[in-house]
Design a binder for this molecule. Structure first.
Ligand code: SAM
Ligand code: SF4
Length: 325
């Protein structure tokens, strides 16, 4: 079991597969991904397998694949198949901007994927394009419909809550989930080293959304064991759910149950921490598993108690695309 000195248990790993992305979300990569910007060689399938074996030995049961944009990796399906074969890994899920949903869905399902998070910051085509610089909304929405028809994958939609950009669309999202078995989760915008001015301009506390939901008959749903940080809400007249991810909430870090590894194999103990710890030298062979496990356990001893976002300090994080959120 992975337990840190603050008594928190870690059964959930977020593994980034690349730093690159084809979108230019205004809060994340406004100038786009520039080749060679941060990237050295991404972990290969064998290194990913060794990493997952060690984490599963240490009690990790869920792995979320993220990026950059993980669907840009040609070996994504093979990676999912490999992870699904590892004893102890109960869930493999994916975060994506959704641009390849149509061509990939069948392969993802056949590979055994358990759930998919798709980022959609606006349900209005022009506004979606304004925020992401890409005109893919219609194909992403129809991709989601096709997934829902299969009734095999758990679907979540993530929307970053942005003052003056999408805060007038809350009721559109509520209408959207009404007849769909999915959850739309609003993520409060977080600052990084690269988006400080943008943060000042577009950050909106999620409290107003929380108040809006309770005033309009939405009730909180209890959190499951391997769940992420969202507080989800249900409504008697809605099939779908609304969630809120509120990183500035007092109890946010106390409930932390995840660790992160970047695309080059470095452990990041806290999203807003000060550094990455290279595990790659221990990922080269299955015979290094016990060394790797000891290193991970040792590093867990210095996991910080909490982030310092309320003091406007995002640590060394430049952009979420470098670690996957
Ligand atoms: N490209 C994929 C996607 O967009 O879903 C996966 C990687 S992306 C970095 C993961 C999540 O982080 C997305 O839901 C994105 O909206 C969110 N994100 C990125 N930058 C953020 C920020 N500054 N504050 C809050 N959420 C952010
Ligand atoms: Fe790309 Fe995801 Fe960042 Fe948007 S949020 S730029 S899709 S990595």
């Amino acid at each position: 079991m992975l337990v840190d000195p603050h008594g928190r248990t870690f059964k959930y790993l977020r593994l980034s597969l690349n730093n690159s992305c084809n979108f230019r979300c205004s809060y994340c990569l406004p100038n786009g991904y520039k080749n060679g910007m941060i990237e050295s060689k991404n972990l290969d399938l064998n290194e990913i397998k060794n990493l997952a074996l060690a984490f599963s030995h240490l009690g990790v049961e869920k792995i979320r694949l993220t990026g950059g944009e993980p669907t840009l990796r040609e070996d994504l399906v093979k990676i999912i198949e490999t992870l699904k074969k590892i004893q102890g890994i109960k869930q493999v899920t994916l975060s994506t901007n959704g641009f390849r949903l149509k061509s990939l869905t069948k392969h993802l399902i056949d590979a055994g994927l358990d759930g998919i998070n798709i980022s959609i910051d606006s349900l209005d085509r022009a506004n979606f394009q304004r925020i992401t610089k890409r005109d893919f909304l219609p194909s992403i929405l129809s991709g989601i419909d096709s997934i829902l028809e299969t009734k095999t994958l758990k679907v979540k939609v993530n929307a970053v809550l942005l003052r003056d950009l999408n805060d007038a669309e809350i009721s559109d999202f509520i209408n959207y989930v009404q007849d769909k078995d999915l959850s739309v989760r609003f993520i409060e915008l977080m600052q990084t080293k690269d988006n400080q001015d943008y943060f000042q301009k577009h950050h909106l506390s999620s409290k107003f959304l929380k108040d809006y939901l309770s005033l309009n008959g939405w009730y909180p749903i209890p959190r499951l064991n391997l769940a992420g940080p969202a507080q989800e809400y249900g409504h008697h007249h809605s099939l779908g759910r609304i969630g809120i991810i509120a990183p500035f909430d007092q109890n946010f870090c106390g409930g932390c149950n995840r660790l992160r590894v970047n695309a080059q194999g470095a452990l990041r103990l806290c999203l807003f921490g000060d550094g990455n710890f290279d595990l790659r030298p221990f990922l080269q062979s299955e015979f290094q598993l016990s060394e790797l496990s000891s290193r991970i356990k040792e590093l867990l001893n210095i996991k910080p108690l909490e982030h310092r976002l309320i003091h406007n300090d995002p640590g060394s994080l430049t952009s979420f695309s470098s670690i996957g959120g």
